[in-house]
Design a protein around this ligand. Structure first.
Ligand SMILES: CC(C)(COP(=O)(O)OP(=O)(O)OC[C@H]1O[C@@H](n2cnc3c(N)ncnc32)[C@H](O)[C@@H]1OP(=O)(O)O)[C@@H](O)C(=O)NCCC(=O)NCCS
Length: 191
């Protein structure tokens, strides 16, 4: 069994590592094991962890594969959830070259951590950020329509979205027979 001082040292290290983060949950369980989950913006050092998580789900055709260089180049888009410094969830908010629109991309949660509210927290962080940027609408292309409906997203015909967004689709295994649903969340009044 680990001494209690070890436990508090570990907590301090976590705090030091994620000073910019906000804590979403602290869980103290038996035998001095700490489960500390944090939600924060990604940093360069997180790129490989994000890449591994996305690749896992991309191999199962749940999300688009993202090369490591894409993640580095777009690191400012990413939010992550960590548990004891391990990345257990990520989600990106990408502003589209269009007046008031952003996209939720690469939402993935470690398969051992599903149904604990992590996916929801990640999307909500992106929505909050979008509001602060002045974005008015957020869309997503997804196979998990129900999940996004829970968060207030509404179905939208794909042809209402700007053509620019389809540039990603060429990399999709389902291209050109898209099986994803498009949903939108209005966060800033009428379009
Ligand atoms: C989709 C995913 C991100 C959800 O993450 P999660 O952390 O398990 O989701 P949460 O626990 O935050 O769930 C929030 C709500 O959505 C529901 N939900 C979760 N996964 C769902 C799914 N696959 N389908 C429908 N509803 C779902 C939950 O039951 C929960 O509802 P509640 O608030 O009434 O309890 C996760 O299943 C995942 O990583 N899937 C593989 C990759 C993927 O499909 N990504 C989506 C790309 S757009």
């Amino acid at each position: 069994m680990l001494p209690a001082c070890f436990l508090f040292e570990e907590v301090d290290k976590c705090l030091e590592h994620d000073v910019s983060g906000s804590f979403i949950r602290d869980r103290f369980v038996t035998e001095y094991i700490i489960y500390r989950e944090m939600l924060r913006k990604a940093k360069i050092a997180d790129a490989k962890g994000i890449y591994r998580l996305i690749s896992f789900w991309a191999k199962k055709n749940k999300v688009l594969e993202r090369p490591l260089n894409y993640i580095y180049e777009n690191i400012r888009d990413f939010w992550i959830c960590t548990q004891n410094r391990r990345i257990i969830g990520s989600c990106a908010l990408h502003v589209i070259g269009w007046e008031d629109l952003a996209e939720i991309k690469s939402l993935v949660v470690d398969k051992r951590k599903h149904k604990k509210g992590i996916g929801k927290e990640l999307v909500e962080a992106c929505v909050k950020e979008a509001k602060s940027l002045g974005v008015k609408n957020i869309f997503v292309l997804t196979f998990v329509e129900t999940f996004f409906r829970h968060l207030g997203f509404k179905k939208l015909s794909k042809n209402k979205l700007p053509h620019k967004i389809w540039s990603d689709c060429i990399n999709c295994v389902y291209f050109p027979n898209c099986k994803e649903e498009s949903l939108i969340l209005n966060i800033g009044g009428r379009r």
